[in-house]
Design a binder for this molecule. Sequence first.
Ligand code: GLN
Length: 299
Amino acid sequence: MNAPGNAVLAPGMTIGRARREVAERLRAHGLDTPELDARLLVGHALGLDHHALTVEFARVLTRPETDRLGADVARRLGHEPVARIVGHKEFWSLPLRITAAVLVPRPETETVVEAALAVVARNRAERPAAARIADIGVGSGAILLALLSELPHAVGIGTDRDAGALEVARRNAEHLGLAGRAAFVACDFGAALAGSCDLVASNPPYVATADIATLAPEVRDFDPRGALDGGSDGLTAYRAIAADACRLLAPGGWLVVEVGIGQADAVTALLAGGGLEPAGAPCRDLSGGPRVVTARYNP
Ligand code: GLN
């Protein structure tokens, strides 16, 4: 038998036919969003955006294009997420570059950005100063760069223990024209940071170690383990973050963290025990589940 990629695509197909055939292969493989994936993969292999794909639907693929597309489809059939194959993902309407070193940013993490913007607005009403932000475990830069893009007077520092992730975040900051207000530091959680922040935000690793094996292959086999593994109870990172937040936050400053399904109460209690006052009910994501816990440092 041929390799899966070669089996999909006969030479001499038009763009329109390639999209249909790729979608059919992905659907037959049980993948969730076959049409969307097919469009993104064909567009990537041919270097064409959505509009150009539509306009050029009758153009015939060249041999190198067919080969490239076949190889990319084979990766998707192996459950590699489309964002990793094409090397970028949109988050908060920002195009972010993605490598193997970082989590693919998730739509639910936009809830962290919303909650953080809400508390910055409250802070500003009380103390009109430019916000100083720390993003602990910055990954691709998603949260920090979304916040800086919305807050033209804010400055921020992102930390990550993975040098490869910091490189991605730095490159994204430059690409988005935000590098002048963003710094990136290699350390565990907030260990290398000092001083007074108005906001600490984080999407830490929160999957209990034993649960990692049960995740979708797109996550389990492709997201960096260090960005998922929250230790035996999934809450290890929050303990470190609570301690760092109390050290880094100015009095009245806010901590905003993403949590996994079913973790909101435990994280709220853990932060309260660590000296951070819970601030209202957790924010819900688009699926309606509690996704973001907010707490305030009021020493
Ligand atoms: N949201 C990821 C998941 O799919 C986990 C990311 C994290 O641990 N922060 O479970």
